[in-house]
Design a protein around this ligand. Structure first.
Ligand SMILES: [Ca+2]
Ligand SMILES: [Ca+2]
Ligand SMILES: [Ca+2]
Ligand SMILES: [Ca+2]
Length: 248
């Protein structure tokens, strides 16, 4: 007889669902996802890390948090990376279309590989990680996976290390190849509070000059061309700014 009670539930190992970081909204695509803002959940559900505890001791330090996160001079990154480890991010693709995914990482060697997934399906092939000159924040380089079709709506994006390790992982940029658009992103800083950013670009699209203004502090601008090539990356002292960029 079905009494409505699951006999297998002992009431101790509470089911921990996979939800976006800090129970917030899914990360918007196109846009940037910080690597350390992987989903809430437990080992094997939202992430997999090979050793117990957070070796970097930053940001996420509950008993069940095993991913290794370290503070850096700008925000935070995943460190102590190894083959077999993976991270998942619940994302919301605003428009169906073709995207480039730049994985921004820093590596002192060239013996590592990663694979990206959407909803458990591989996207692109396994990608070789180049030697970017070291694992520091000044040695970050984008590793592209290009021309990926993503359908609109909510999905789970996964980054998985399939060979090697020892690199530092900073963030992912999802760049639409369907045209430039004004980005409005809600991000969270390492302390978990919301940073709402509205970016206004004019003209849009731009050819030689681009005006950028924002309603919150900006410390980095990354510009891509309509075909997804990196045009310019510039760091600023965090400030409320109006920027006039000359793109050559
Ligand atoms: Ca999962
Ligand atoms: Ca760990
Ligand atoms: Ca690790
Ligand atoms: Ca980061």
């Amino acid at each position: 007889m079905d009494n409505g009670i699951d006999d297998n539930c002992d009431g101790i190992n509470a089911y921990s669902p996979q939800v976006p970081y800090l129970n917030g909204p899914a990360w918007r695509i196109p846009g940037r996802i910080e690597a350390e803002h992987f989903d809430e959940g437990v080992q094997g559900i939202a992430f997999f890390d090979l050793d117990d505890g957070n070796n970097g001791g930053f940001l996420r330090n509950d008993l069940y948090d095993h991913v290794d996160i370290e503070k850096n001079s700008e925000s935070a990154n995943i460190g102590w990376t190894s083959k077999g480890e993976w991270l998942e991010y619940t994302v919301n693709v605003t428009n169906s279309g073709t995207y480039d995914i730049n994985t921004n990482l820093a590596s002192g060697g060239s013996n590592s590989r990663f694979q990206l997934f959407i909803d458990g399906n591989t996207i692109g092939g396994e990608i070789n990680i180049p030697n970017t000159g070291g694992i520091g924040i000044n040695q970050i380089s984008p590793v592209p996976v290009s021309n990926i079709y993503l359908s609109a709506g909510q999905h789970v994006f996964r980054f998985e290390i399939t060979k090697g390790g020892g690199f530092n992982l900073f963030n992912f940029d999802f760049v639409s190849r369907n045209g430039s658009e004004t980005a409005i992103n809600t991000n969270k800083n390492p302390e978990g509070t919301d940073v709402v950013t509205s970016i206004f670009l004019s003209p849009n699209p731009a050819k030689n000059h681009l005006n950028i203004n924002s309603n919150s502090k900006i410390n980095e601008i990354v510009l891509y061309s309509l075909v997804g090539n990196l045009v310019k990356q510039q760091f600023f002292k965090p400030a409320f700014i109006d920027i006039f960029l000359t793109v050559t």
